[in-house]
Design a protein around this ligand. Structure first.
Ligand code: TNX
Length: 505
C-alpha cells in the first residue's frame, strides 16, 4: 500500500507518533459522540472522500469514538489514537472539536482508497488567544460570510473572532439609542461602489451563537476616539473637523481619493483624520450608550475600544478618552481591549488587554506603550503588522492588499518568535491575532486569497509549542502543501503561492 504517512497537520501537534497501518474509510465507517462533533466529521469526510460515515448510537459499535475525558489536563487539549478504530478524547468540548479537525486533516488517499494512518497524537495549545480580526467596516461581510469565516477559523484551531465594527467609512451595528448610526452611516464602505451594510442585533447574536458553536468567542470593537468619521455622518456634533495631516494629503493625491468632509460619507483609505469631541459630555452619553448595548448583545468577556491612529486627538484628550472608555467597559463587567497606542494613557483601566500592531523590530515608543498594559495588570495580543497582517501583499505584484508595513510572504508570516517580539514571558502574552483589514477586499474570495495560506502560519505560531517540528520552515511548508486537497474539498480559495510545494492529492 502506498501511503503518505506524513499528513498535512497544521498547526503541528505537541506529539505525533505514526504507526505503519492504515484504518480504511468505507461505507461501514461509523461515528459516535456529541452530535455537533459527529456532524462536522461526517460532512468534512463526505466532501473529501465522497463517503459519508454513518451514526453509531453506541460507542462500542463505532469506528470513531468522540468523547470528552476530563482527566486530560490542558484546557482545549485532546488525545487522538488511530489503531483498529479511532478514539478522540477531548479535555473539554473545545478540545474534542480540535481533535476532530486533526482527524479531518489526517484523511489521506492510499493506493486502495481512503484511510487514516495509525497514529497517536497528544496535543494542547500554547496560547489561549488565537484570533482572526475581520474588518467589516471597510468592506461589509454579510452574516453568512462571517459564519463561513468562523468555520474556516475553527478548522485551524483558532478561538477568537475580533469584529472591527466601526470605522471612518461605515458603522456596522444596530444601536437603538442612536438610530442614525445605521440609518445614515452604514451604506458606504472603502470603495464608492461598495454598498456597505450593518448587522441588526439579531444578526449579531446569530454570529455570536454560530461562533460559540465552534468554540470561538466574538470580540466586538468600537474604534474610539479616532476612526470615527462615520459617527459624524450620523451625528455631526459628536466629532471634530477632519484633521488633514500631511500623510493623508499625500495618500489622497497618490490614490486619487477625495479628502474627508465632516458630515459627508468618506470612501478613501486615509487614517488618523477623525476624532470624537472628547471634552463634550454628549460624546460620553454616546460612548456609554453604545458600549452598554454592545455589552448587552455580546456575552464574551472582552470589548475592544480601538484607540489606534488617533492623530486628530491631542495627547491629553487621548489619554482622557482611553481612561474613560476603558473604565466604562470595566463598569459594564467586561475586560477592555485596545490597540497598543492606548498604552500611552497612564491610568488606563487595570487589566486592559493591549493589541500590539507595530513591527517585528518594535519602535521604542510602541514597545513602551505595549508593556504599559502589562504594568497595569493586562496581557498583550501580538499582531505584528509586518508578519501577522493578512491584508499586506504577499509580494509587490499581488493584486490585493496594501504594503505600508512591507510585503508578507508565507515564510515571513511564519518566521518570528512571539516570546522575543517584546521580550515578554508567555504569561504576559494572551496570544496572537491576524487582522484582515479590508480596504482592498470586495468579496469573501478576496478575503480568502489574502488569508490562505498565511493564516495557517499564524495558527501554528499561536497553537504549537516551539519544538523540533513546529518552527521549522522546511517542515511547515511541506505540511501546508499537503492541505491543498482538503482546502479544495472545503472550497477555500487559497493563493497557490510558489513558496509552498502544493500536493495534487
Ligand atoms: C492600520 S493597524 C490600521 C487600520 C488600517 C490598516 C491597513 C491599525 C490598528 N489600524 O485602520 O485598515 O492599517 O493595513
Amino acid at each position: 500500500m502506498v501511503f503518505p504517512v506524513a499528513s498535512g497537520l497544521v498547526p503541528a501537534p505537541t506529539s505525533v507518533d505514526f504507526g505503519d497501518d492504515v484504518l480504511m474509510i468505507g461505507t461501514g465507517t461509523t461515528v459516535s459522540g456529541p452530535p455537533a462533533a459527529v456532524e462536522r466529521l461526517q460532512d468534512a469526510v463526505a466532501r473529501r472522500t465522497g463517503i459519508r460515515p454513518g451514526w453509531a448510537d453506541d460507542a462500542s459499535d463505532a469506528t470513531v469514538v468522540l468523547r470528552v475525558d476530563d482527566t486530560i489536563p490542558d484546557a482545549e487539549g485532546y488525545r487522538l489514537i488511530v489503531g483498529e478504530s479511532v478514539d478522540i478524547a477531548g479535555a473539554d468540548s473545545a478540545g474534542l472539536q480540535h481533535g476532530v479537525e486533526t482527524l479531518i486533516q489526517l484523511v489521506s488517499a492510499t493506493g486502495e482508497g481512503w484511510g487514516w494512518p495509525a497514529v497517536r497524537i497528544e496535543d494542547a495549545p500554547r496560547f489561549a488567544h488565537r484570533g482572526l480580526m475581520l474588518d467589516v467596516a471597510r468592506h461589509f461581510f454579510p452574516v453568512d460570510e462571517v459564519k463561513t469565516v468562523i468555520d474556516r477559523a475553527a478548522a485551524l484551531k483558532l478561538n477568537r473572532l475580533h469584529l472591527h465594527l466601526s470605522d471612518d467609512q461605515g458603522w456596522r451595528i444596530q444601536i437603538d439609542a442612536w438610530p442614525l448610526l445605521t440609518e445614515r452611516a452604514s451604506g458606504f464602505a472603502a470603495d464608492p461602489g461598495d454598498q456597505g451594510g450593518f448587522y441588526t442585533k439579531e444578526d449579531f447574536r446569530e454570529i455570536v451563537a454560530h461562533a460559540a458553536s465552534r468554540h470561538i468567542i466574538v470580540i466586538p470593537e468600537i474604534d474610539l476616539p479616532g476612526h470615527t468619521h462615520a459617527v459624524g455622518v450620523a451625528y455631526p456634533d459628536l466629532v471634530d473637523e477632519p484633521h488633514l495631516h500631511p500623510a493623508l494629503l499625500a495618500d489622497a493625491e497618490r490614490l486619487g481619493h477625495a479628502l474627508p468632509v465632516k458630515g459627508e460619507p468618506y470612501t478613501g483609505w486615509g487614517v488618523g483624520h477623525s476624532s470624537l469631541r472628547i471634552r463634550d459630555e454628549r460624546t460620553w452619553d454616546f460612548v456609554r450608550d453604545v458600549l452598554a448595548e454592545i455589552a448587552e448583545m455580546s456575552p464574551g468577556p472582552w470589548i475592544h475600544i480601538g484607540g489606534d491612529e488617533s492623530l486628530g486627538t491631542s495627547a491629553d484628550d487621548f489619554a482622557y478618552a482611553i481612561e474613560r472608555a476603558t473604565s466604562i467597559v470595566r463598569e459594564l463587567g467586561r475586560i477592555p481591549v485596545a490597540w497598543h497606542e492606548a498604552g500611552a494613557a497612564p491610568a488606563l483601566a487595570e487589566g486592559t488587554v493591549g493589541q500590539y500592531w507595530g513591527s517585528l523590530a518594535p519602535e521604542q515608543t510602541h514597545a513602551a506603550h505595549a508593556t504599559h498594559f502589562v504594568a497595569r495588570g493586562g496581557k498583550i495580543v501580538l499582531s505584528p503588522s509586518d508578519a501577522a497582517y493578512l491584508d499586506m501583499k504577499y509580494d509587490a505584484d499581488f493584486p490585493l492588499g496594501l504594503a505600508w508595513a512591507g510585503t508578507v510572504s508565507v515564510e515571513r508570516a511564519y518566521g518570528w518568535d512571539p516570546a522575543a517580539l517584546l521580550d515578554l514571558p508567555d504569561e504576559a502574552i494572551a496570544g496572537i491575532e491576524a487582522p484582515l483589514w479590508s480596504e482592498t477586499v470586495r468579496s469573501l474570495p478576496d478575503a480568502e486569497l489574502l488569508m490562505y495560506p498565511r493564516i495557517a502560519a499564524v495558527a501554528e505560531l499561536a497553537w504549537s509549542q516551539p519544538g523540533e517540528t513546529a518552527r521549522d520552515w522546511g517542515d511547515f511548508r511541506e505540511r501546508v502543501g499537503r492541505l491543498s486537497p482538503l482546502w479544495q474539498s472545503e472550497r477555500i480559495r487559497f493563493h497557490p503561492v510558489d513558496e509552498i510545494p502544493w500536493s495534487a492529492r
